[in-house]
Design a protein around this ligand. Structure first.
Ligand code: NAP
Length: 450
């Protein structure tokens, strides 16, 4: 009998895993809690990064292959358990990612106007389950923003907040997002790195883009580019850090443009100490920092208060536990050996695998997940001959139907895809993301218009 595998999550890792399995003659069902596939490619990659988002077109081709099905709008752990999947398939691969935000643990973190980057990203990409802060209201009176963290997500946030209407007009953002960003009176966005420019985790291409915006001037401080001995040593061993520092140094000598609408300030060696405000964010206090000879961070006892209306905390994503699946709460991943899930005693859980961010943590670019997923699939294929044949009913579709779960198939996604393209074209854009889950479900029940 043809082996069957369930993949939980249809982001890049899930699709790369499915693709590698189908190529080996395995039948694959890919589950997603959303009615649409592609995970962070759709709801993470910034909409103005059109070429990175076009990875979606490559991933989309997998659905044309024989032996793969998409089961959208199915939340594993709620609508069907991992145990039920394990009984119905030869193996289960978990690729559900790391969707939660990490906390800072400082005073004022929960004041209105202090938001997680994960929320801002979900809002501007039109995530159907977005229930976070009301950005239309918040941004209508935001002049100064502090973004904590110097990773690529922080850079995405700064860029989206700083771009002109014309620069954003070719994106697939929902209309309400474009209108809110257009009307926001933003004058200054400050990016805060707790360590130095050499330790920043943004990449050079993303950094450079901040200096190429139509309406924003970028500023850095000479004293914050001064390197301590530890950073000098790190710089010598990192081509990315060398390229980043060259870009930052070039910006030091730049003239400001009199017609710039806003400024982007890149700050280093400043860590957030507290957020202040009576009923809403009014300021952030940062402490200047040092790195010692072994790279350890310490405060200098010198504090600075920045007046801001909005704080975006962009300090990384965090994986969460799924019911019935082992979880390591320290590293926030599913414990595994080469993608084979292990329990709390370190023993392998037969037939259960993991790939992507929930396997190794929220790092790397989209392509990193291909290698990661292929590695997990190699482990699975090696084990397959010795895995027990599934004992339970193989018709998971029937089970979900009996439970009243409205499954979105690939035809449903094709209908959504066609409708989004049509909507975009009506507005002179390649696509417009539909954000309402009800609307997505309604369209999924129709026939594609193309
Ligand atoms: P990230 O690269 O891990 O960056 C997190 C940032 O938060 C770091 O600068 C970190 O500083 C800082 N941070 C953590 N805890 C902090 C604290 N308590 N106080 C102050 N700062 C703190 O994470 P990310 O930006 O969320 O990105 C996740 C992954 O997605 C990355 O691999 C990224 O490259 C990728 N991504 C790629 C793109 C792209 O290719 N265009 C776009 C978006 C995301 P320390 O280093 O000091 O800890």
């Amino acid at each position: 009998m043809t082996p069957r595998v369930a993949v939980v999550g249809s982001g890049p890792s899930g699709i790369y895993a499915a693709d590698a399995l189908i190529d080996q003659g395995v039948e694959v069902d890919v589950f997603d809690r959303l009615p649409t596939p592609f995970g962070l490619v759709r709801y993470g990659v910034a909409p103005d990064h059109v070429s990175i988002r076009s990875v979606r077109d490559t991933l989309d081709k997998v659905w044309d292959k024989a032996g793969v099905r998409f089961l959208g709008n199915v939340q594993v752990g709620r609508d069907i358990s991992v145990e039920e999947l394990r009984r119905s398939y030869n193996a289960v691969v978990l690729t559900y990612g790391a969707a939660a935000d990490r906390r800072l643990g400082i005073e004022g973190e929960d004041l209105p106007g202090s938001v997680a980057a994960t929320d801002f990203v979900a809002w501007y990409t039109g995530h159907p389950d977005y229930r976070g802060p009301d950005f239309a209201r918040l941004l209508s009176s935001t002049r100064r923003v502090a973004v904590i963290g110097v990773g690529n997500v922080a850079v995405d946030v700064v860029r989206v907040l700083s771009k002109s209407e014309a620069e954003l007009s070719e994106t697939d953002m929902p209309d309400y997002v474009l209108e809110t960003l257009r009307d926001a009176p933003i004058e200054q966005v400050t990016l805060l790195g707790r360590r130095g420019p050499v330790q920043a985790s943004f990449t050079t291409k993303e950094l450079k883009e901040l200096g190429e915006l139509a309406e924003a001037d970028v500023r850095v401080r000479a004293d914050e580019l001064d390197l301590d001995p530890w950073s000098e040593e790190q710089l010598a061993n990192s081509k990315v850090a060398q390229r980043n520092l060259a870009v930052l140094t070039e910006w030091l000598g730049r003239d400001t443009r009199p017609d710039a609408q806003r400024t982007i300030d890149l700050r280093f060696f400043v860590r957030p100490e507290s957020l202040g405000g009576r009923t809403h964010i009014e300021s952030i206090t940062v402490e200047r920092t040092n790195l010692d000879d072994e790279g350890r961070l310490s405060g200098r006892g010198e504090f600075e208060r920045l007046d801001v209306d909005l704080v975006v905390r962009s300090v990384g994503y965090r994986g969460e536990a799924m019911p019935g699946v082992p979880f390591d709460p320290t590293s926030n991943v599913v414990p595994n050996v080469d993608g084979r899930v292990t329990d709390s005693g370190g023993d392998l859980v037969p037939g259960l695998y993991v790939a992507g961010w929930i396997k190794r943590g929220p790092t790397g670019i989209i392509g990193t997940n291909k290698k990661c997923a292929v590695g997990t699939v190699a482990s699975l294929l090696e084990d397959l001959p010795s895995l027990p044949v599934p004992a339970g009913a193989s018709d998971v579709g029937q089970l979900l139907n009996d439970r009243g779960v409205e499954v979105v198939t690939i035809e449903g996604w094709r209908a959504i895809d066609a409708r989004e393209r049509d909507r975009g074209q009506e507005r002179g854009r390649p696509r417009q993301t539909i954000a309402s889950r009800d609307e997505l479900m309604e369209i999924a029940g129709t026939t594609p218009s193309t």
